[in-house]
Design a protein around this ligand. Structure first.
Ligand SMILES: [Zn+2]
Length: 155
């Protein structure tokens, strides 16, 4: 078992490597590495087990959104994908991405703050088009550009 101190050193080394070797601008590399560390910590995986990609659908002129993916090493085929709209902020909302039940587009279906929020992550998403979503997720779901048009769940 790895000690907490060793894990902290590993995280610091990961961040340092990203800052000094990534081909992108240092602030983007740092934000990307911090987001990767956040997911790695959440899932108790090594930072190198998390892949990041620029989320072109959710990126605006003000922020570079990311999609982070983690394959479950104990469950072949299980992949968790997360969206962070502005990874420069350490506490920016993290959303689990899943197919929309109405259109099949990949959209945010729940906020993730701890691993507990993933307890039923692979249960089919049940969001009928005519039923209101929880207020904290309604805007993130309905306004997400991941829906395919027309989508009855995202009027
Ligand atoms: Zn949809």
């Amino acid at each position: 078992m790895t000690t907490i101190a060793a894990r902290a050193r590993e995280a610091a080394a990961h961040l340092h490597t990203a800052r000094t070797t990534a081909p992108e601008h240092r602030k983007h590399a740092t934000a990307r590495a911090r987001a990767r560390l956040r997911i790695a910590t959440l899932l108790a995986l090594a930072p190198t087990a998390i892949t990041t990609e620029t989320d072109d659908q959710r990126t605006t002129e003000l922020n570079t959104a990311l999609i982070l993916s983690a394959a479950d090493p104990a469950d072949p085929g299980a992949v968790y994908r997360f969206s962070i709209l502005d990874p420069r902020f350490h506490d920016d909302t993290l959303h689990l991405l899943r197919p929309c039940p109405a259109c099949g587009g990949e959209v945010p279906v729940r906020e993730v703050r701890t691993v507990v929020d993933l307890a039923d992550a692979h249960r089919p998403v049940d969001i009928p088009a005519d039923s209101p979503l929880p207020a904290h997720l309604a805007d993130a779901f309905a306004d997400d550009p991941g829906h395919r048009t027309p989508c009855p769940a995202a009027p």
